[in-house]
Design a protein. Structure first.
Lengths: 419, 79
């Protein structure tokens, strides 16, 4: 397999502050030292135009590295792990239930550790190795920790995962199995957060979502690239994106605009809609209030994977939604559970709560007539429900309990309405 | 001497108070505002605080006790 794409020096100018525009070299840093704004990779699109084509992408592997020329990495050093190029399928039965004739599901539960975090971590770990770090780290209570620990194991890197000490064992098995050093911090969520920011400033480690965040977040673009390519280089009318830090939505929008800029697609008409749980919806609130500041909140929702009360990219997500002409909506925990069940019952896909937020938001936007019956709609399912089964306790139909006799079974069956 | 970068978030009842000035008066720290946005409802300041480590910690503790939310400049990193 051809591992060399366009060299980093030819495709990237450096890191650029999103607020004041100050440029920095491509180093492990994420905050502008002048204004403290976040840094983002600055590509040389003129240099890329004509070199990144539908054909050059199609010639790449069937994983996220087919878009390597639009990612901030040099050589692809782990081509075979199977991250990305997850299925995009037409959701006939769910579409029928919701009154949509062109509803598509992007199934990112098909990644190696069952969530889209494998994408961002792939880029962060590749970058960590390029920078010469022998240790990667993150603070996580779920999907991110799973992904970092797995890829560190695969690449032979040392790994530290920080978590609150009171997290239940079943939630950490999916991380511990990869044998990282799990640091259980005696303190609440905020204490873990503060400690990790301090640790990242003092240790020479690749903290995937702190000092490597500018690179890490670029991995999310591959979701957008794939959606368009898998639709036959068509852009959808609507994409519904669950929001935690807001980074995923920002990068999905960026991916569409990059493809437009490079001439891979025409003008982008897509409305990008952001979805949050009502118990933690600071980005939705800022959008609805037309605010220029995302006010932090204390999360209170079953949707733990989106429970980021002080989202790092919140305001950029608000701006991306506005620019695309999309909307931001919040849904209740009950609507989330209903969304999870509806997706499972109609499409055979078990999503974690974030996917329930997405499906519930699609329903809401259809009800509001924001989405029309024949619009092309893509719902991003970013994580797998088998990891978070506890949210469905007492919310599913009871099993049919029978004595081990045929007549007993037949009697029970007669009482039960099977739909 | 050390430097620390923090994001301060002010609730409504503190937006008109000279909190950053008080921080510099009560503790031996130098404060340097890099970005900020404050209106009648709430506000935030991205602040650099310079001083001895324990003095910075005491100052940040006082801010939290006063009702100001003190966050890392990266905001929430637990994902």
């Amino acid at each position: 397999m051809e591992r060399h794409g366009i060299p980093p020096t030819e495709k990237m100018r450096g890191l650029k502050c999103r607020e004041c525009g100050t440029m920095y070299p491509l180093e492990p840093m994420n905050v502008c030292s002048l204004c403290f704004g976040p840094l983002e990779v600055d590509y040389d699109y003129e240099a890329l135009r004509g070199r990144v084509t539908r054909q050059s992408i199609a010639a790449g592997p069937k994983n996220l590295w087919r878009y390597r020329d639009l990612l901030p990495i040099g050589e692809v050093t782990d081509p075979d792990f199977g991250v990305g190029f997850t299925p995009l399928f037409k959701a006939h039965r769910l579409g029928e239930r919701l009154g949509l004739s062109n509803l598509y599901i992007k199934n990112d539960t098909a990644n190696p550790t069952w969530s889209f975090k494998d994408r961002v971590v792939s880029v962060a770990v590749a970058k960590a190795i390029e920078f010469g770090f022998d240790t990667v780290a993150c603070a996580s209570t779920g999907n991110l920790g799973n992904a970092v620990a797995a890829q560190a194991a695969r690449r032979g890197l040392k790994c530290f995962i920080f978590m609150p000490a009171d997290l239940e064992l079943p939630k950490i098995v999916g991380t511990l199995i990869f044998r990282p050093t799990l640091v259980a911090v005696k303190g609440n969520y905020d204490a873990v957060n503060r400690l990790c920011a301090e640790v990242s400033a003092t240790m020479n480690w690749g903290f995937v979502n702190i000092n490597l965040r500018s690179y890490y977040s670029e991995g999310s673009k591959t979701l957008g690239f794939e959606v368009v390519e898998q639709l036959g280089w068509r852009v959808p009318d609507h994409i519904i994106v669950p929001m935690a830090s807001g980074s995923l939505l920002t990068k999905v929008w960026k991916s569409l605009k990059e493809m437009e800029r490079l001439g891979l697609i025409g003008e982008v008409p897509t409305k990008v809609h952001g979805a949050q749980a009502a118990g933690c919806s600071p980005i939705v609130t800022a959008f609805k209030e037309k605010a220029e500041f995302v006010r932090p909140v204390k999360p209170n929702t079953i949707v733990k994977s989106l429970a980021i009360g002080n989202p790092a990219d919140g305001i950029y997500a608000v701006r991306a939604i506005r620019e695309s002409g999309g909307l931001a909506e919040a849904v209740t925990d009950e609507e989330v559970v209903d969304g999870i069940k509806t997706l499972a019952e109609t499409e055979g896909l078990f999503t974690e709560t974030a996917g329930g937020v997405t499906i519930a938001t699609v329903k809401k936007l259809v009800r509001q007539k924001v989405i029309g019956p024949d619009d092309i709609v893509v719902a991003l399912i970013t994580g797998c429900g088998f990891k978070t089964q506890e949210v469905l306790t007492d919310r599913l139909e009871e099993p049919m309990i029978v004595e081990p006799r045929l007549t007993a079974f037949q009697e029970q069956l007669a009482l039960r309405v099977i739909s | 001497m050390t430097k620390k970068r923090v994001q301060l978030v002010f609730p409504k009842h503190l937006v008109d108070k000279p909190i950053v000035w008080q921080l510099g008066q009560k503790f031996k720290v130098v404060t340097n505002i890099r970005r900020a946005n404050i209106d009648a409802e709430c506000g935030w300041i991205d602040l650099e605080v310079e001083g001895e480590a324990d003095e910075i910690e005491k100052g940040l503790q006082w801010l939290a006790e006063t009702g100001v939310e003190v966050n890392p400049i990266e905001k929430q990193v637990v994902e």
